[in-house]
Design a protein around this ligand. Structure first.
Ligand SMILES: Cc1ncc(COP(=O)(O)O)c(C=O)c1O
Length: 355
């Protein structure tokens, strides 16, 4: 029976798994999905809902969310033709991969990196060329440049700062990779607001093969509303947006985005808080026996411990949910957790101190 169904399906399904979040999505102290610990304040939610009720819910939204795209283009100070909004940046990843990959195409992915890249590439039956990070989890820029050239890859996807390592390429390294390759280079800047490095966004007109991906799920605290963006030169954007699902962003997402951008000090304040807490956490982790923290350029930290599986379970039983990233290449016995509120971070440190 199983075989009968299987031969009717995309053969690539045998090489991919359903997306899962180990440990679930609920906990007293939830630090496992790199979210913001700050919800949108109630006064702003009420303002957003006040706008939303004036909309026609029986009517489709625009084919593409033009109002949201205009709002983000204005915020960035670029042309709306360079911007595409999606239902979370995950949707945009599918769109861009569909536009660039397929059987016979080669994609370069640093390893470890965001798991969805490999999943979509496999689904599209493309050839994946991985470039391992260095042992300290830093990017191996020389290897990326060399492999991109030697393997003549068609597509390069880089998360910088990178999930799950927390490390970044410099602005100049990203520029060099995009400049020296004929491939389409997708730079996922999901964590850029927390980075010491400058965004590569300013080079979209200079580099016709560059696409930048952004999400509103991290620094902008809108993971539940599902908003992502791609930014590229208008010529490239017109092509990579062709596979886009029509009507994928709701009216609520467009209104929420505009309102949060209009109150951006909420974002800069929470980013400052998170960065301050990240530095405090890192220092506290350094002082713990049996814990090796890695310097992070994101809103999360990676630690290496003696037994990550046991620690994951023990934290879970205390109501603290982190991500066990031990299964990733080079990340044996590593756990990942995002920066939370002061008290949450303190409880985590207290628990780790008892190791
Ligand atoms: C590197 C990276 N890109 C993209 C995403 C997806 O974000 P969303 O679909 O919420 O915009 C994530 C989420 O964790 C991520 O870590």
């Amino acid at each position: 029976m199983k075989r009968d169904i299987q031969h009717l399906l995309n053969p690539a399904l045998q090489n991919i798994a359903t997306y899962k979040v180990e440990g679930g999505q609920h906990a007293e102290i939830k630090l496992n999905q790199n979210e913001s610990p700050f919800d949108v304040p109630m006064w702003l939610k009420e303002e957003i809902i006040g706008e939303f009720v004036k909309e026609s819910w029986n009517r489709y939204p625009d084919i593409l969310p033009y109002r949201g795209m205009q709002a983000y283009a204005d915020f960035l100070g670029i042309s709306p033709d360079s911007v595409m909004m999606s239902n979370g940046s995950n949707e945009m990843l599918y769109t861009i991969f569909l536009a660039c990959l397929g059987p016979g195409r080669k994609v370069l992915i640093p390893d470890p990196s965001f798991s969805l890249y490999e999943k979509i590439a496999r689904l599209l039956q493309s050839q994946i060329v991985t470039v391992p990070m260095l042992a300290n989890l830093d990017f191996d820029t020389e290897a990326i440049l060399r492999v991109a050239r030697d393997e003549a890859v068609d597509f390069i996807v880089i998360s910088t700062p990178n999930n799950p390592t927390g490390k970044s390429l410099t602005f100049e390294e990203v520029r060099l990779i995009a400049q020296s390759s004929d491939a389409i280079v997708l730079v996922d800047e999901a964590y850029i607001e927390f980075s010491r490095q400058r965004s590569i966004l300013e080079l979209i007109d200079e580099l016709p093969n560059l696409v930048v991906l952004r999400t509103m799920s991290k620094a902008l605290a809108l993971a539940g509303i599902r908003i992502g963006f791609a930014i590229a030169s208008p010529v490239l954007m017109a092509e990579i947006a062709k596979p886009k699902i029509p009507f994928a962003s709701s009216r609520l997402a467009e209104i929420t985005l505009a309102k949060v951008l209009a109150n951006y000090s909420l974002v800069t304040d929470s980013v400052s808080y998170i960065l301050h807490e990240r530095d405090k956490l890192y220092e506290a982790l350094l002082s713990l026996d049996g814990v090796e923290p890695f310097l992070s350029d994101t809103n999360f930290l990676i630690i290496r411990v003696g037994d990550a599986d046991a620690l994951f379970q023990s934290l879970r039983s205390e109501g603290i949910l982190v991500r066990n990233v031990s299964g990733y290449h080079l990340m044996e016995n590593c756990l990942r957790f995002n920066v939370g509120l002061v008290d949450e971070n303190q409880r985590l440190i207290d628990k780790l101190r008892l190791l």
